[in-house]
Ligand binder design. Structure first.
Ligand code: SF4
Ligand code: SF4
Length: 198
């Protein structure tokens, strides 16, 4: 994988984070402390491209094999292997790879989708709707009235544009991780083989 593609992927993440921060600054949308309900969903999807930085990080730390085994044992339709609810009790959030998490995870609770007329609609999270209903409704109304919110589709297109083969198809997150780990592990083996290492 060309390093510039991953550098550009992090630029996309930076833009998502900036737009999310701007929305938070203007609205009262907030995740309740310790909440990780979206991570416990069995429907989180990510692209292989977005799991490559995670795979590389675990390879660098020599923890990739254990993670590969975990991802192979995990159900493709099960919760993300990085979801660790016990971390939140220690004030560390629920995500084991927070800094490297894929775009969809950055958009949970703050992202917008287009309705059938092409207008942006905030995809309000059900937890926020229950815990801070007024803030959720006000923010949804403001987005309907034109307040900028980061768009799921636009950012998915940006990721796909970086590498259509690896970034264009969302897969169950555990499967995307597994493919990324196998791919990076193979690449490393080839690299070592080329250098005459075993
Ligand atoms: S990568 Fe992190 S934020 Fe995304 S679903 Fe998994 S635990 Fe949640
Ligand atoms: S986006 Fe919603 S479900 Fe996810 S952590 Fe925030 S409040 Fe909880």
């Amino acid at each position: 994988m060309d390093a510039t593609v991953l550098a550009r992927l992090f630029k996309v993440y930076e833009e998502i984070d900036n737009q999310t921060a701007a929305l938070r600054a203007i609205t009262e949308l907030r995740c309740p402390p310790g909440c990780g309900t979206c991570c416990s969903s069995t429907r989180v999807e990510a692209t292989v491209l977005e799991m490559l930085p995670v795979a590389r990080d675990f390879l660098r730390r020599r923890e990739a094999l254990a993670l590969l085994e975990r991802s192979r044992a995990a159900d493709d339709e099960g919760p993300c292997v990085f979801y660790q609810p016990e971390r939140s009790a220690r004030g560390e959030g629920c995500c084991g790879v927070y800094v490297l998490r894929p775009s969809v995870c950055r958009l949970f609770g703050y992202g917008a989708v287009k309705d059938k007329y092409g207008a942006a609609q905030l995809a309000v999270c059900t937890v926020m709707n229950e815990v801070i209903p007024r803030a959720a409704q006000d923010a949804a109304y403001a987005v309907r009235r034109g307040l900028a919110a980061p768009g799921f589709t636009g950012f998915a297109r940006q990721v796909a544009g970086l590498d259509p083969a690896l970034g264009g198809k969302p897969l169950p997150i555990n499967r995307a991780l597994r493919i990324a780990l196998e791919r990076e592990g193979l690449a490393l083996q080839f690299e070592k083989g080329g250098k005459g290492e075993s």
